[in-house]
Design a protein around this ligand. Structure first.
Ligand code: AHR
Length: 561
């Protein structure tokens, strides 16, 4: 698609994109009864006495890769830009991201990380080298896409710029080290550059020359990325040997460092078992703090393929069958966590190693990006908001197992919170879900029981059943935060909400829902999807009933007595 038609598409409102409300096509297609009203067969019971663990801000983490327009055009606009910026960083994005309290941000990849030399991104910006990006040759670039930093990395945004960005938004940095094409010594020296005390080493002096006299204090280090694929195409045993070469006797400069090993692709339990067995055999498991799982959701009706851009469904204008298929795929997160946790426990029965889901989100075929230079850019509908709600609630329910998670990616790529191009900027429905769910951070996750008839879809002998309602709850002294997703694209669901041994007081409700499941926020209509708030009256007797709209994400906050 040519640049002109991309821009036209981006400027169109939601109505222009959908062939009609999804419900029209749904009732014609698949025998699911339409209903505007609620069904009262659902119930949500919160059990404040059954704590799961503290909800760490790190499970509300993000991912920034030098890919398409995440960094250049997304975050980094440059100090001389007419786009309002803070030292070159897009100001609107900094402010909006800070508001959702990001726990941690992973950088610089992804696959890019295993080609990246951190030395290219330090020192005076005008003297930094220009290199071909890992992504320059990708087949998903549209024909005629111009060259620029998205293909030829300028290295204007490097270690110091990234850490400055993290500090501005209040997040911890999480670096992914290059295992495929650099050595352990390069890794030690990156740690030296970041963490050596001021004036102590030659690299600390280089850091000071780039603008940071004091240590950057980078604690989280990923050792490679997708080492089963773009990170080296290793066998698990080979990667385990590489991992040990990188982290045994690593210089720490007095810092407590957290090392995260490159874990499986989705349900590949074999990768987990064999890496853990190899590490146990060398008595090295104690050096692993986190085990990184990646899980993307895409529609496979077109057949699976290794090509990044093929065999996927559309981001907008999709049939209802793909709503169900995609969310069902996303909801596998629950099983993936349970299965890998069990496999990890075979070699690590004390479960000292925790899961890190450092790439998750929806992935669609190209066509809805706001500019041709935005490789893997895509628009976002309520399907993505519901996916985010389902996933964040899953993490909340498993805070005893998942120590960190990072949605892929922050801006302009895949399941983004923001879309930005030149001086245009918007927040996606996914951003609003993060804004709602951040109320859980720091609270104690407690068990909740959801009972609701499933949301189901059947067509041509294939059927999918999603949970009727799903969610999570956390306690903050006597304040309860409950988030609930209704993944049914058509059926609103009324549920009786009870809190065991407590009575809910005044309830504040925030709801994210759209006119159609095809609606998107555009630069012309940036608020087409935004949350609405209301207050429910106190409930004498402790009974509370609420109707969750179809295709919605809801947060309820209540004071318990
Ligand atoms: O997020 C895009 C790519 O997906 C990442 O670079 C890689 O780790 C994953 O396969």
């Amino acid at each position: 698609m040519q640049r002109r038609s991309f821009l036209k598409t981006a400027a169109m409102g939601s109505l222009a994109w959908c062939a009609g409300p999804a419900t029209d096509r749904l009732s014609a297609a698949a025998g699911v009864a339409a209903s505007q009203g609620g069904s009262s067969e659902a119930g949500i019971e919160i059990l404040p006495g059954e704590a799961i663990g503290v909800i760490r801000p790190d499970i509300y983490g993000h991912f920034v890769e030098h890919l398409g327009a995440v960094v250049y055009d997304g975050i980094w606009v440059g100090e001389q830009s007419k786009v309002p910026n803070i030292g070159g960083l897009r100001k609107a994005l900094v402010e909006a991201l800070r508001a959702v309290r990001p726990g941690v941000i992973r950088w610089p990849g992804g696959c890019f990380a295993d080609s990246y030399n951190w030395r290219d991104g330090i020192g005076p910006r005008s003297q930094r080298p220009r290199r071909g990006s890992f992504w320059a040759d990708d087949s998903a670039w549209p024909p005629g896409c111009p060259d620029g930093p998205w293909k030829y990395e300028t290295n204007e945004f490097g270690t110091n710029e990234f850490v400055r960005f993290c500090r501005l938004v209040g997040a911890q940095p999480y670096f992914a080290a290059n295992v495929r094409s650099l050595s352990p010594k390069d890794f030690y020296e990156w740690i030296d550059y970041c963490n050596a005390p001021a004036g102590a080493t030659t690299l600390a002096a280089s850091r000071a020359a780039t603008g940071d006299r004091d240590p950057l204090g980078v604690r989280n280090w990923g050792v490679g990325n997708e080492s089963w694929g773009c990170g080296g195409n290793f066998r698990p045993e080979e990667y385990a040997a590489e991992y040990r070469r990188f982290i045994e006797w690593v210089p720490r400069f007095g810092q407590n460092l957290t090392f995260i090993a490159s874990g499986p692709n989705g349900g590949d339990l074999e990768w987990t078992r064999r890496f853990f067995a190899a590490m146990r055999e060398r008595r090295s498991l104690g050096s692993v703090a986190g085990w990184a799982l990646h899980h993307y959701s895409w529609n496979v009706s077109g057949g699976r393929t290794q090509d990044w851009s093929k065999g996927k469904g559309a981001a907008v204008g999709y049939p209802v069958s793909e709503w169900f298929e995609l969310l069902n795929e996303a909801n596998r997160m629950e099983t993936l966590i349970a299965d890998h946790w069990a496999a990890m426990g075979e070699a690590d029965p004390q479960h000292r190693v925790k899961l890190v889901v450092d790439e998750w989100g929806a992935w669609y075929k190209p066509g809805s990006q706001v500019d041709p230079t935005h490789l893997f850019g895509q628009q976002s509908t309520m399907r993505d908001a519901v996916l985010a709600g389902l996933t964040l609630d899953t993490f909340n329910r498993h805070v005893d197992k998942v120590m960190m998670a990072n949605v892929a990616q922050l801006v302009n790529t895949l399941h983004a919170l923001f879309l930005a191009h030149e001086d245009q900027f918007l927040v996606t429905p996914t951003y609003h879900v993060f804004a709602m769910h951040q109320a859980h951070q720091g609270g104690r996750a407690v068990r909740s029981v959801f009972t609701a008839p499933p949301a189901s879809y059947a067509e041509n002998g294939r059927s999918v059943a999603l949970p009727g309602l799903a969610g999570s709850a956390s306690l903050h002294d006597r304040r309860l935060v409950l988030t609930v997703t209704n993944p049914d694209p058509q059926q609103a669901r009324e549920a009786a909400i009870t809190v065991r041994d407590a009575k809910p007081g005044g309830v504040r409700v925030t709801t994210l829902v759209a006119g159609s499941i095809q609606t998107v926020n555009t630069f012309d209509r940036p608020d087409a999807i935004r949350p609405v708030e209301k207050t429910l009256a106190a409930t004498p007797g402790g009974r509370l009933t609420h109707t969750f709209p179809a295709a919605s994400v809801t947060k309820l906050e209540m004071d318990l007595t």
